[in-house]
Ligand binder design. Structure first.
Ligand SMILES: [Zn+2]
Length: 465
């Protein structure tokens, strides 16, 4: 039996029991990077958070269908391309490649789709046409704006009101004429030397907000389960996504909005001018372990402040080493038949508690406390040589759950690429299900990729051929 999943929904301001719209399949959208530079570790706090969410949902038996966009056209990418006198695609491509490399370094599971904004401009134009027809949008001087007073629910996510705390807020960075300061651009008139697309309302390019509405609804439907992002996305970006999407469809856009708190570095908000700005590459270039960076980001509660320092990274490195030493010791431990009744029940209880704490709004700090408590007990039983075979099997099952979420164990010291690891996992599953034909096919695929898989008494080993 799985425990119900509780998630804090920014929309209601409450923790709610999560119920997917369709059976056990979850449709989820994550605001991805604007590919004008390398993403910084603050961005990756949010991406590690959505990875955790995804893994916990899967651990609970859900199927996750996730879309993460790549913003490859906006003011910053256009400016970048222009300053180097190259095309937009030439400018963004290396950053897209770098982004995926960083995802792999941090062992962030791949989403099912990574749509690029430039490939969905047709969909954006169609949404804007509908908004113009319904009167939610208006055209000024070749640009199109969303009139937020035409959407009475504007502010329902961020709890801001037009007359109150929204007045004077910088909703958009553009300097074009518009009726109200809070209105935001859906479409920006073509400027010389800028990429532009033809549309019935004039040649131009999309605003940032409409990109996410178009890509999410095209790939996930008019209404879907979960939308995630960093807390700085709540206003105006996500508020605008709701106004655009619900303005077009009249249906609730998203049921659960989840937001991760931003990362502080040396107790300050990261900024290039303060010298506390780090990309993943900066951290790795200093010789730090990407697994430790992942662990540091994932081990704090996603809605709690997290202050990154190089000392905290070094502490995470020690913890990751300790976890891996334990992993090797436990998987290789001899079991005893002479031992008294083993701690199977205690291990199963700890494993259940670990899962149920994660299901409770991803309570990682407490889940980790349960794991470390169990780990101490397991070390004691290994010291006393009283680990039994069933105790060890229960422990291995717990370790598997742990690593499905944390992804922190170095299962093989040789560098095994992610695709090969996936094949090995699929093969283990096939073997567990006694599907030996499939398992042999997978063994061949692994061999073709240059690796040898061996079944030993101490588990599966993968070697480079
Ligand atoms: Zn977005």
């Amino acid at each position: 039996m799985t425990t119900p999943i509780e998630l804090f929904n920014t929309l209601s301001g409450k923790t709610e029991t999560f119920k997917p719209m369709k059976g056990s399949e979850i449709r989820m959208y994550t605001c991805g990077p604007t590919v004008y530079d390398f993403a910084h570790i603050g961005n990756f706090r949010a991406y590690v958070f959505e990875d955790l969410l995804r893994r916990v949902l899967k651990l609970n038996g859900f199927k996750v269908h996730q879309v993460m966009n790549l913003t490859d056209v906006d003011d910053k990418t256009i400016q970048g391309a222009r300053s180097k006198a190259i095309t937009l695609a030439q400018f963004t491509e290396p950053y897209i490649k770098a982004f995926f490399e960083d995802l792999d370094q941090l062992r962030i599971e791949r989403a099912e789709h990574y749509p690029r904004a430039t490939e969905f401009v047709e969909e954006m134009i169609r949404l804007i046409e509908t908004l113009l027809k319904s009167g939610h949008a208006y055209e000024r001087d070749g640009s199109v704006y969303y009139s937020i007073k035409k959407f009475p629910n504007y502010g329902k996510l961020s709890k801001k009101t037009v007359s109150g705390n929204m007045a004077g807020a910088r909703v958009d960075q553009d300097e074009y004429a518009k009726d109200e300061p809070c209105d935001f651009a859906l479409w920006k008139k073509a400027a010389p030397d800028e990429p532009s697309w033809p549309a019935s309302f004039g040649c131009g390019r999309p605003g940032w907000h409409i990109e996410c509405s178009a890509m999410s609804m095209k790939l996930l439907g008019a209404s879907f389960d979960i939308h995630t992002g960093g807390e700085d996305n709540i206003f105006p970006h996500h508020e605008n996504e709701i106004a655009q999407s619900e303005g077009v469809t009249g249906k609730p856009f998203v049921r659960y909005w989840l937001h991760c708190r931003y990362l502080l570095v040396n107790n300050e908000k990261m900024s290039k001018s303060k010298g506390n700005f780090f990309t993943v590459r900066d951290i790795l270039a200093k010789g730090h372990d990407p697994g430790a960076l992942r662990y540091l980001l994932i081990s704090h509660h996603y809605r709690q402040p997290l202050n990154f320092t190089l000392d905290s990274l070094r502490a995470a490195e020690k913890t990751v080493r300790r976890l891996n030493d334990f992993y090797v010791r436990f998987t290789e431990a001899e079991t005893s038949t002479a031992a008294p009744k083993s701690a199977v029940r205690e291990t199963e209880k700890a494993r259940e508690e670990f899962r149920s704490l994660l299901s409770n709004d991803l309570n990682m700090p407490e889940a980790l406390a349960v794991f470390f408590g169990w780990m101490n007990e397991a070390n004691i039983s290994m010291d006393r040589k009283i680990l039994t075979l069933d105790g060890k099997q229960a422990g291995l099952a717990f370790l598997e759950d742990f690593d499905r979420v944390l992804a922190v164990f170095e299962k093989d010291p040789a560098e095994v690429p992610a695709e090969v690891r996936q094949l090995v996992e699929a093969r283990e599953k096939a073997r567990a299900g006694r599907d030996f034909r499939r398992s042999d096919e997978l063994r061949d695929l692994i061999r073709q990729a240059g690796f040898l898989v061996e079944d030993t008494s101490k588990g599966v080993k993968v070697k480079k051929l």
